[in-house]
Design a protein around this ligand. Structure first.
Ligand code: FAD
Length: 311
């Protein structure tokens, strides 16, 4: 039987400040075998950790139109509270409505509203019927579905990679004003929660949270944590997201480039330290959102290190 579904915003509001909470992101596997492995082998491991929610990404350019909702429904049947990503790139209004109606009909209460990236090799363009950005999608959801959904949106501690002018992960002053003002518009239009892009410099994240609060952005901010798992994967991710790597992280990852196990272990240690540093910074962040890459190993090791792992 499907688990009862709750709005993430309401669950976050009930979190105790002295405790630490987690949520887990997955992407739709490319093959049927991968899907069985994720849902039947890995999902029960993640479920044991009582995440506040699990979320499933929407394929670039709307390529997982059928898969993402199906995975959400399957996760509900594994006892999970789900949060579905929905992008408006290459999506006409009718398709967006169909996806949202399907969520509502199945009791899904949470949507991550995104502009989205284009399929590999293509440039981003607005769909014919004109969603131009995530802000349009947030407005659309609120206009057509009222308060039924909790809406999460993306936040970029280092600025959006399309127009980043950052040094050591910190945006220049003009970009920072632009990003914060745009993020505030998404919240004022109805976004309840911000989930951040991954980062590897805790100071950049702390600065972002403080700047959000100074600018009247007061909704919960969930830091996106990606325990790095391979040298090649890190290179691809950093080039795609233009993530800033501090000097010590570059030195360590280069030294471990040929040592797969050592690299994974370093990824776990780094994420553990980042979470401790964020908690110690006392900026009101006690919920960590893991980009799991569909694999439990590194995430579970981090939870072990923090003494949070539930057996
Ligand atoms: C937590 C998270 C989850 C993600 N999940 C997915 C996913 O499932 N599928 C996928 O394809 N991609 C995903 N992405 C990537 C995301 O789609 C891309 O980064 C995309 O390029 C931007 O999406 P967005 O929703 O942030 O866009 P938007 O919020 O629309 O904005 C992106 C940037 O464009 C500028 N901008 C846009 N519109 C305006 C405006 N009207 N006024 C001023 N500035 C504007 C701002 O600088 C803004 O930061 C995710 C990213 C994050 C951080």
């Amino acid at each position: 039987m499907a688990a009862p579904q709750f709005k993430v915003s309401e669950l976050l509001a009930a979190e105790k400040p002295e405790e630490t909470y987690v949520s887990f992101e997955f992407f739709p596997p490319r093959t049927e075998k991968g899907e069985v492995t994720l849902m039947e082998e890995h999902m029960p491991v993640f479920a044991k950790q009582s995440p506040i929610f699990v979320d499933f990404t929407w394929g670039a350019g709307g390529t997982t139109y059928d898969k993402t909702p199906a995975l959400c429904i399957s996760a509900m049947n594994h006892g999970m509270n789900v949060n579905m990503h929905l992008t408006c790139t290459n999506m006409e209004e009718g398709k967006v409505k169909e996806a949202l109606d399907l969520c509502k009909a199945n009791g899904i209460r949470n949507i991550v509203a995104l502009r989205g990236d284009p399929p590999a090799g293509q440039e981003w363009k607005a769909s014919a019927e004109g969603f131009t950005c995530a802000l349009d999608l947030v407005k659309y959801i609120r206009a057509h579905y009222g308060d039924y959904f909790c809406i999460c949106v993306a936040g970029y501690p280092e600025g959006h990679p399309d127009k980043i002018h950052a040094e050591r992960g910190v945006m220049n002053a003009e970009d920072e004003v632009h990003e914060l003002s745009y993020l505030k518009q998404k919240v004022e239009a109805g976004a309840d929660v911000i989930i951040t892009q991954l980062f590897y410099d805790v100071n950049v994240f702390i600065r972002f949270v403080k700047k959000c609060r100074e600018n009247g952005i007061n909704v919960p901010i969930l830091p996106g944590m990606l325990p790095m798992q391979s040298h090649g994967g890190l290179k691809r991710m950093v080039s795609l997201c233009k993530t800033y790597l501090p000097d010590d992280v570059i030195a360590q990852t280069e030294a471990l480039a040929e040592n797969d196990e050592g690299f994974k272990a370093y990824g776990v240690e780094l994420t553990t330290k980042m979470i401790r540093d964020i908690v110690d910074a006392k900026i009101g962040i006690n919920h960590f959102h893991f980009y799991t890459l569909n694999l439990p190993h590194s995430t579970m090791k981090v939870l072990d290190n923090l003494g949070m792992r539930k057996e």
